[in-house]
Design a protein around this ligand. Structure first.
Ligand SMILES: [Zn+2]
Length: 301
């Protein structure tokens, strides 16, 4: 995979410039209960954070994930049946892929092939933004992948959710102090990963999947166990979303919910307080109940 990244950075000046610019992004962090949240000032991400996702705007632009509309320098790698892995030209981390369906079809349902993708990308987390939960291209089915160690939520889950606590847990059952609720599932080798991912639908609630109000993460942890995390969403964007004086250009997707909040605008980066970030998470996702004792549970969120 490193060879693929190197080749793309050699052949594709736009991607090279944006990956080089990553080294100059400003970052700071804050602690929200048990979740460490990094704030990243990343001006190049305005293409995604500021994307118009209404049907009219989408109908009027060529789909940038379809092969015929991609830049000629952008090449892909087959990663699973019907899926192609591309280098994301607007990265948040040094290894950032977009995994696109080879067919132009809407960002609907939950791609069960995420399990196969995670198995092909050791050390990476594959994630899916529901179309109303951070997807900037809701007309073309796609996932993304970045290195797992870059995502504070995945690191927190690996530290907190041991198999002895039960295969299925929630942020509440793990006793975590979180600004939003999540569900965590460990897939042991005797269980089929794809069917377990399909079961997320029934345990979280079908409406979250059908309405695209979900962020889902799939990865293989340090012990070789497959893990799934699902964050049900209330809103696509927080009430403060916008470019006005008292507004903020923040549009949380999986990476933001995983604890790396992207701010393309410098004033937002400079001024965000812990209270602001809690409010953004609280409006976009579900506020957890008070932590209970650390007992495994299969209750829905
Ligand atoms: Zn397309």
């Amino acid at each position: 995979m490193i060879d693929f990244i190197d080749a793309q950075l050699t052949d594709w000046p736009l991607a090279r410039e944006n990956y080089q610019a990553l080294g100059r992004t400003e970052r700071r962090s804050m602690q929200l209960g048990d979740l460490t949240v990094g704030i990243q000032h990343n001006p190049a991400r305005i293409v995604s954070t500021g994307a118009k996702t209404d049907a009219k705007s989408i109908g009027e632009r060529p789909c940038f994930l379809c092969k015929e509309n991609r830049p000629p320098q952008q090449t892909g790698v087959d990663i699973a049946d019907g899926w192609e892995l591309l280098l994301n030209p607007y990265p948040i981390f040094p290894s950032h892929f977009t995994i696109v369906s080879t067919k132009h079809q809407p960002q609907e349902g939950l791609p069960l092939d995420m399990v196969a993708m995670a198995e092909k990308l050791p050390g990476h987390t594959v994630f899916f933004n529901g179309r109303r939960s951070g997807a900037s291209c809701p007309d073309h089915l796609h996932c993304q992948a970045v290195k797992t160690h870059e995502l504070p939520l995945m690191c927190l889950i690996e530290r907190s959710h041991a198999l002895k606590l039960g295969r299925v847990a929630t942020s509440e059952s793990l006793g975590l102090d979180m600004p939003f609720a999540f569900k965590s599932v460990i897939i042991t080798p005797d269980i089929e990963g794809m069917s377990e991912l399909a079961r997320i639908e029934s345990t979280i609630g079908k409406e979250y999947i059908y309405e695209g109000r979900i962020n889902v993460f799939v990865w293989i942890d340090h012990n070789g166990l497959l893990r799934i995390c699902a964050v049900p969403r209330k809103a696509h964007r927080p009430s403060c979303y916008g470019t006005g004086q008292n507004q903020r250009l923040i549009s949380p997707g999986c990476i933001d919910m995983a604890g790396v909040l992207i701010t393309p605008v410098k004033k937002d980066y400079d001024s965000l307080t812990e209270e602001d970030v809690r409010q953004i998470y609280g409006e976009c996702a579900i506020t957890p109940k008070a932590p209970c004792n650390r007992q495994p549970t299969t209750d829905s969120l």
